[in-house]
Design a protein around this ligand. Sequence first.
Ligand code: DGL
Length: 261
Amino acid sequence: MTNKDSPIGVFDSGLGGVSVLRACARLLPHEDFLFFGDSANAPYGEKTLEEVRALTLRRAKELLDRGAKAIVVACNTATSAAISLLREKYPQVPVIGIEPAVKPAAQADDSSQVIVMATPLTIHEEKYQKLAAAFCHEAGVISLPCRGLAELVEEGHREGPVIDAYLQELFLPFRHCNVEYIVLGCTHYPFVEKAIRKNFGRPVEIIDGSAGTARQLRRQLAARNLLSDRTRPGKVTFENSIPEKAEVSRQLFETEQDDGL
Ligand code: DGL
C-alpha cells in the first residue's frame, strides 16, 4: 500500500535520467526518490520497439513492487515506446514521461530553425513524428538521430576529443543553417551540453524537457493528494543494473547539483 510518504520511482536506460531526477528533486525537495538506471541494457534508443516496451514494463513493475507512489519515465525513448501501455496497465498510479521540448522551442520565435537531438528510436516513433508535425508550420524542425551519443555519455565522456569529434561530424551539415534552438530530446544529452554548445560553433539556445517533467510530476501528485507533507529533506536512493554505476549516478547527481545546472 503506498501513501504520501512513499518514494517516487524514477528510471532511465542508464545515467541520463539523473538530469530529470535532479529537476524533480529540486522542485520537490521533501520527497524521497528511488532512481533506477538500466545501464546493463543501454542504449534503449538503438533497440527494437518491442525490446524497449518489455524493459520499460519490467522496470516500472519493479519500482511499483517496491512501493513507489508514482513513476517518472526519465527517458524519452521509453516514453515514446511505452508510456500509453504503462498508463493503461496502472491507471491508479501517476505515470509521468518526458518528450523532446519541441513546443517551447518552436513557439519561441516565428521563423526559428530548431534541431531536435534524440535517439534513433525516439525519432522513428509515431509519438515524436506527430509532435514534430504539429509544430512544423511554426518553425523549421530538423530531427537529428544521434546514434551512439548516449553510449558515449554512459562511458563517461563529457568533453574532450572523442565527444568533440562525434559532435563536429554530427553538426557538419548545419554549418550554414540559421539554427536558433537545439532541443535535447534524450536525457543523457544535458551531460554533454557544454560540448554541444562548443562544437555547434555558433550561439544557440539549448532546451531540455526536465523542468517541464518535474512540474508535471508535482501537478499529478497534487491532483491525487499524494504530495508528501514532510518537512525534512527527501532521500534519494540510487540503483543500477550494473551495481557500480549506482555510485556513478549518485556522484553525477551531486556534481550537477553543485554546478547549479
Ligand atoms: N536517456 C534515454 C532517452 O532519453 C535514452 C538513451 C538510450 O539510448 O539508452 O532517450
